[in-house]
Ligand binder design. Structure first.
Ligand code: BV8
Length: 247
């Protein structure tokens, strides 16, 4: 890790009672899940996620969109939480109030042991009826002419994720916003800060007086606004932060 942890930040963290975190695809990069803006690999290399992650794409070509998510679902299932996810699960136990909000749909925070995860963009591990929104219970059926249909409603199944142009889950967004407006320290980790309304959360936290810490190996549009912008990988910076707090 090429970033020293500022001592003032450690002092603030030791005093903090309420901490909130927003994660993006970057925290899963070290679990070998390509970030949203990395070129998709292999057969999906010629597609941009923005083109596939929309209701219009599903309406136009449900099979292609279903297959893209089946491919990603399998990749997520094979992936393992990395030291960044694990450090956040440990940090959750060290503060009076700790709110973890993620834009990711891979379920790795839960698998790392984080007990309360606000999923702003849903989860690739769940599927629902495209007409009624009713979740499918149990195993996701394979079928030779995907997408399969919901056994009770008969509608086509789709991933339970938020596509571009779709509203975010109200409760998750409300609780994420409430945490951003009331926390002492806000972390924005592994996100390019481009997708709204999630990208507004760190900005609102700063406006409400929180110390905002960005963790990202590269600069983002938010880097110059953050109170601290730590240039490093989540899987290295977060364990170092945890060790420094325990020291
Ligand atoms: C909404 C789920 C309104 C699906 C995702 C025109 C028309 C319609 C809407 C809009 C529009 N213009 C703007 C909008 C709003 C739009 C938007 O923001 N568009 C962007 C592109 C400009 N937002 C929406 O449409 C949202 N809905 O506005 O609805 C509404 C209201 C009421 C009623 C109806 C409608 C919905 C947005 C959610 C879209 N779904 N995902 C899926 O996964 O398939 S978004 C998708 O992008 C992922 O969730 C991803 O997490 C998210 C953001 O990307 P990042 O996480 O930041 O990932 P990225 O690859 O960009 O960056 C990774 C970062 O990690 C990089 O900075 C990299 O440096 C860093 N990194 C790399 N390695 C590491 C690392 N960091 C740390 N450690 C490392 N090792």
């Amino acid at each position: 890790m090429n970033t020293e942890l500022p001592s003032e930040l450690l002092t603030e963290l030791r005093k903090a009672k309420r901490v909130a975190v927003l994660t993006g695809a970057g925290i899963s990069a070290e679990s070998k899940i390509p970030t949203f803006r990395d070129a998709m690999t292999g057969l999906w290399a010629s597609f941009s996620p923005e083109d596939l992650a929309t209701p219009e794409a599903f309406a136009r070509n449900p099979r292609m969109v279903w297959d893209w998510y089946a491919f990603r679902r399998e990749m997520c299932a094979k992936a393992l939480p990395n030291p960044g996810h694990l450090a956040l699960a440990e940090l959750e136990t060290r503060f009076e109030e700790f709110t973890l909000t993620t834009q990711n749909v891979d379920g790795l925070h839960q698998r790392a042991g984080s007990r309360r995860v606000l999923e702003l963009h849903g989860s690739i591990t769940r599927v629902k009826c495209a007409d009624t929104g009713r979740l499918l219970e149990g195993e996701i059926p394979a079928c030779d002419n995907p997408p399969p249909r919901h056994p009770q409603t008969g509608g086509l199944l789709r991933p339970d994720v938020v596509w571009f142009g779709e509203a975010l889950p109200e409760r998750a967004l409300l609780e994420s916003a409430r945490a951003a407006l009331s926390c002492d320290v806000y972390f924005t980790i592994g996100t390019s800060a481009l997708v709204y309304p999630a990208a507004a959360l760190p900005i609102e936290a700063l406006k409400a007086g929180a110390t905002v810490v960005e963790i990202n190996p590269t600069e983002t549009p938010f880097s110059n606004t953050a109170s601290y912008s730590l240039r490093g990988k989540a899987g290295e910076v977060l364990p170092a932060l945890l060790a420094a707090l325990q020291g």
